[in-house]
Write a protein that binds this ligand. Structure first.
Ligand code: GLN
Length: 378
């Protein structure tokens, strides 16, 4: 058949995890914890199964979970999302992103994406016949010049995709960025897809500027969240989407014929577990300790850690060590040193290689220690 996505191969996360496995390397590539989630959460899901919550959930998700999410959005961001019509539980962040895009992108629509970008955005836009308009962010700070973003706007601009804290850079949007975005999109009907899956992993006392905080943006935005990141359960593939009623109506038209609904016992378990707000209040501290530990170890190597303000990813630059392509460097690191990372060029829409690798630090202390011990040989 004629490929609908020529030029798209297997996602880098599968490629690198497999390579890590083959070479028995320490896998700091794909982002997932190497420790278990809370026993209490597991019991709650188990109880839900025993209690008979084993059939279809309502299409948009369990109402009690949607209510809890709406309460959280109100409490943290002062945003009123109606649990009935403006919150939908999804099979993870990626499905929510794909569904949101499918519900509104038509052939010829232009979508602005900041690169390096998480790798699922551009293929989804292309599959829908949309046109990707990349805006390149540059290391080490990956700052956005909004005057330059403005130049990308045309009559066909349908959407702008945001991701803060950002994967892979660990950068975050500031209030200044949001104000510039408000100004730029005022009196337009440009939609926003705000991927906020790392919303609760933000460091040094910095604040997460959720789009939900800003009514003038919220009314045109899909906000994506992930229980995998919040609960250390990436394999459960659970997330959700927040959007105003008119957008959510379209989102659900797609969702119902895509996954229909998301697994029930986990929704019940998560609902009971999330009644304790410490779950999201303590996550930043938990990961900041890991980030600080990992960075202090990395400082003993020849690699240069870049700034990391949020997410569980730490980027390192190696341009002063080697001029190898980042894909070659990542492969060699696995084979010769036994440590897997992600070459950041995989996140670039146009081919760009700043000689940066991304490591995931959602790992046990001993895993990080062992990995860095090996990286000392570099
Ligand atoms: N979000 C994870 C990462 O950035 C990967 C998810 C996936 O493998 N699809 O590493």
């Amino acid at each position: 058949i004629q490929s609908k996505l020529p030029g798209v191969g297997t996602t880098i996360f599968s490629v690198m995890s497999k390579l890590a496995e083959t070479h028995k390397a320490i896998n700091l590539s794909q982002g997932f914890p190497d420790y278990n989630c809370d026993d209490k959460l597991i019991s709650m899901v188990n109880d839900a199964m025993k209690d008979g919550f084993n059939q279809y959930a309502p299409m948009p998700g369990l109402l009690s979970l949607r209510e809890l999410i709406a309460e959280k959005a109100e409490f943290l961001y002062g945003a009123n999302y109606h649990p009935d019509t403006e919150v939908t539980i999804t099979a993870g962040g990626t499905q929510a992103i794909f569904t949101a895009l499918s519900s509104c992108i038509n052939a010829g629509d232009e979508v602005i994406i900041f690169e390096p970008a998480y790798d699922c955005y551009a293929p989804a836009v292309k599959l829908l016949g949309g046109l990707v308009k990349p805006y390149e962010l540059n290391p080490p700070d990956y700052e956005i010049d909004w005057e330059m973003v403005k130049k990308l706007f045309t009559a066909n601009t349908k959407m702008i995709i945001l991701n803060s804290p950002q994967n892979p850079t660990g950068c975050i949007l500031s209030e200044k960025d949001i104000k510039a975005l408000i100004k730029l999109t005022k009196n337009t009907d440009v939609l926003i897809l705000s991927d906020e899956v790392y919303e609760h992993i933000i460091f040094d006392g910095k604040k997460h500027h959720s789009i939900a905080l800003y009514p003038e943006l919220r009314e045109r935005s899909f906000i994506i969240a992930s229980f995998g990141k919040l609960l250390h359960t990436t394999g459960w593939k659970m997330g959700y989407c927040l959007a105003p009623e008119n957008l959510m109506k379209e989102f659900r038209k797609v969702h119902q014929f895509n996954v229909f609904s998301v697994n029930t016992p986990m929704q019940v378990g998560i609902t009971n577990y999330l009644r304790n707000p410490a779950v999201y209040n303590e996550l930043s501290d938990f990961f900041q300790e890991k980030r600080d530990f990992f960075r202090s170890l990395l400082n003993e190597t020849r690699l240069k850690p870049l700034p990391c303000h949020g997410s569980y990813f730490q980027c390192v630059s190696y341009s002063h060590i080697s001029d190898e392509k980042d894909t070659d460097m990542a492969a060699r690191m696995i084979k010769e040193y036994g440590v897997a990372g992600i070459p950041v060029s995989a996140f670039h829409i146009r081919s760009t290689d700043h000689k940066i690798l991304r490591f995931c630090f959602a790992k046990k202390q001993e895993t990080l220690e062992k990995a860095v011990e090996r990286l000392m040989q570099l």
